[in-house]
Design a protein around this ligand. Structure first.
Ligand code: GUN
Length: 280
């Protein structure tokens, strides 16, 4: 079998076009502020892409760039000011933050109603108990890709590889809410390959280049690769060995061009949802 390729760029473009239509009919531009501390080059590309996509879809988007030596207190003051600003619907503090700033203190300072990353304990808790919440963008994007791929989730065996607060845990909650039978496996799991082989749907989010081999994948399974890893030779690869996996999967996302483009589209979707909830 050769897998169908799930085109994240195309799915993201369709989602963004739909959001742009909804923004037009809203009558105001939802406000998104991205706060960036320091100048990590990888996050620079990400932040610029976010701003461009937001502006193209009719959002009022801006990046607040702060110097690397910004204190935690000064960053918290910026967050509080954005919390108070009625024109701001969504706040994203770009991670990672410099080591002298406690990321969790900053995340928990964001108004949960403006927390378009879905990282605040209030939103994580609501997601866990099945209440409407702002949901982390990457797992939300994965759910859109699964829908676009026509994967049926009810009763399906879903295996999530990775247990981060940003991807693995919210991913498991979303799949569970969609009636999948969910297993979370991670770096300390015994017999990882055997566990993955049980999956109808496999979501890999461990940040280990090409960890998942072709023979870890059940014939016909749907494979979503969240990993973006740069090899020493400069090549960008996922957490799945694509060339092997494509021989076994029924459908699979490429890296790049799979999950990556969805994350930004979902950030805009969250910002629109936050804007409608606040002043729709
Ligand atoms: N850095 C890399 N991905 C993300 C993300 O989704 N949100 C934030 N805030 N920072 C990130």
């Amino acid at each position: 079998m050769t897998a169908r390729i799930i085109d994240g760029k195309a799915v993201a473009a369709t989602l963004r076009a739909g959001l742009a239509e909804r923004v037009k009919s809203l009558g105001f531009a939802p406000g998104l502020r991205v706060v960036r501390v320091g100048d990590d080059p990888a996050s620079g590309v990400y932040v610029r892409n976010k701003d461009r996509a937001a502006q193209q879809a009719g959002f009022d988007s801006a990046t607040i760039q702060l110097p690397e030596d910004t204190t935690e207190a000064a960053l918290l003051a910026v967050v509080r000011q954005l919390n108070e600003d009625p024109a701001v619907d969504g706040i994203l503090v770009q991670l990672p933050l410099p080591a002298h700033i406690r990321a969790d203190a900053v995340i928990q300072a964001v108004d949960p109603a403006k927390d378009v990353d879905g990282f605040h304990a209030i939103n994580a808790g609501k997601l866990a108990i099945g209440q409407p919440a702002l949901t982390p963008c990457t797992p939300k994007g994965v759910m859109h890709l699964l829908a676009a791929a026509g994967a049926s989730l009810r009763g399906a065996r879903a295996v999530v590889l990775g247990r981060s607060n940003i991807v693995g845990k919210p991913m498991a909650a979303l799949l569970l809410a969609a009636d999948a039978t969910v297993t979370v496996v991670h770096s300390r799991t015994q017999n990882l390959a055997t566990e993955c082989r049980r999956a109808d749907i496999l979501v890999a989010a461990v940040g280990r280049p090409e960890l998942v081999r072709g023979d870890w994948i059940e014939e016909g399974a749907t494979v979503i690769d969240v990993g973006i890893n740069r090899l020493p030779n400069g090549r960008l690869v996922g957490d799945v060995a694509f060339d092997e996996a494509v021989q076994h999967a029924g459908a699979i996302t490429p890296v790049p061009g799979g999950v990556g483009p969805m994350t930004i589209a979902c950030l805009l979707e969250n910002t629109l949802e936050a804007a409608i909830a606040r002043r729709g």
